[in-house]
Design a protein around this ligand. Structure first.
Ligand code: G1P
Length: 298
């Protein structure tokens, strides 16, 4: 099974930093954002590779995941084997690339990987967000297994005035993750999805549950995307094709706590994520607390 990671965007929110550096390669501590996403994507049993949807303007991403024997030899000749091993760990990840010729929306980006998924279910992970404990996709896979291999998305409650920024679901709560008694909009609650709408106005939103950017999808979605007309923002929307998939197949949603993950979608969120991981990292925490004027551990 493959995981698709769309990464063809321009990263305008991070300009000027992203003029020459893809936003996916901005570091959180010493690793680029996209490596955290790839490592998360590979966590559920059965996922054996990531397909990154890239644009030709950002060759640095493929270079990052490609072997560089001369650089490896240079590091080792200088006794920096530990760093060479870290570089090699990234190069060894099972990552392949597909290039999107023009930006036409998330649905179009996912469709670019049609030939890579081999008629199997696949994950989609949006790359502005990663989950350090990597449990979200595992829970989605469990829900899918419990419902005969149905498509599953991760959702979370959002304030009513924010619904127009996201894909929103309609449906009803039908249970919970194994061993958890959550209901309604609580973390762990499982919903049977009856409708999906991309970026609705607050009056038209069928619920307050938004799609957080983690999907486990039936391969049928690829065929539907081939005939999907542009929707919100005049883009080919994954959510619109999923709404058509619902007419043919069951779909479930699992309620997650988005705060379990780390947001890197804006400079402020990216800085906060760096702070969160620095405080949790023994090698960085002391220096980081000193910089904040907190010399004592709290
Ligand atoms: C995309 C999806 C949307 C989802 C969101 C999560 O929107 O189309 O359904 O809720 O990601 O971040 P975008 O952020 O690309 O506008």
């Amino acid at each position: 099974m493959k995981a698709i990671i769309p990464a063809a965007g321009l990263g305008t929110r991070f300009l000027p930093a992203t003029k020459c550096t893809p936003k996916e390669l901005l570091p959180v501590l010493d690793k680029p954002v996209i490596q955290y996403v790839v490592e998360e994507a590979l966590a559920p049993a059965g996922v054996d590779g990531c397909v990154i949807i890239n644009s030709h303007e950002k060759p640095q991403i493929e270079a990052y995941f490609s072997e560089d024997p001369a650089f490896d030899a240079l590091l080792r000749s200088r006794g920096k084997d530990d760093l060479a091993d870290k570089v090699r760990a990234a190069e060894s990840l099972p990552v392949s690339f597909v290039y999107q010729q023009e930006p036409r929306g998330l649905g179009h980006a996912v469709l670019c990987a049609k030939d890579e998924v081999d008629d199997e279910p696949f994950f989609v992970l949006l790359g502005d967000y990663f989950v350090p404990d990597k449990m979200m996709n595992k829970h989605m896979a469990e829900v899918s297994k419990a419902h005969g291999g149905a498509s599953v998305i991760a959702v979370a409650p959002v304030e009513p005035d924010q619904v127009s920024r996201y894909g929103i679901i309609a449906g009803e709560c039908v249970g919970s993750l194994d061993g958890c008694d959550a209901t309604g909009e609580q973390e762990g609650a499982v919903w049977k999805v009856s409708g999906l709408v991309e970026k609705p106005s607050p009056e038209d939103a069928p619920s307050h549950l938004f799609i957080v950017g983690r999907y486990l999808l039936s391969p049928r979605i690829m065929e539907l995307l081939q005939t999907q007309a542009p929707g919100a923002g005049n883009e080919i929307q994954l959510t619109d094709a999923m709404a058509r998939l619902l007419e043919e197949e069951e779909m479930y949603a699992v309620v997650v706590d988005p705060a379990e993950g780390c947001d890197t979608g804006t400079p402020a969120a990216w800085a906060a994520t760096n702070a969160r991981l620095a405080l949790a990292d023994p090698a960085s925490a002391v220096a980081f607390r000193e910089a904040l004027g907190q010399t004592k551990l709290v």
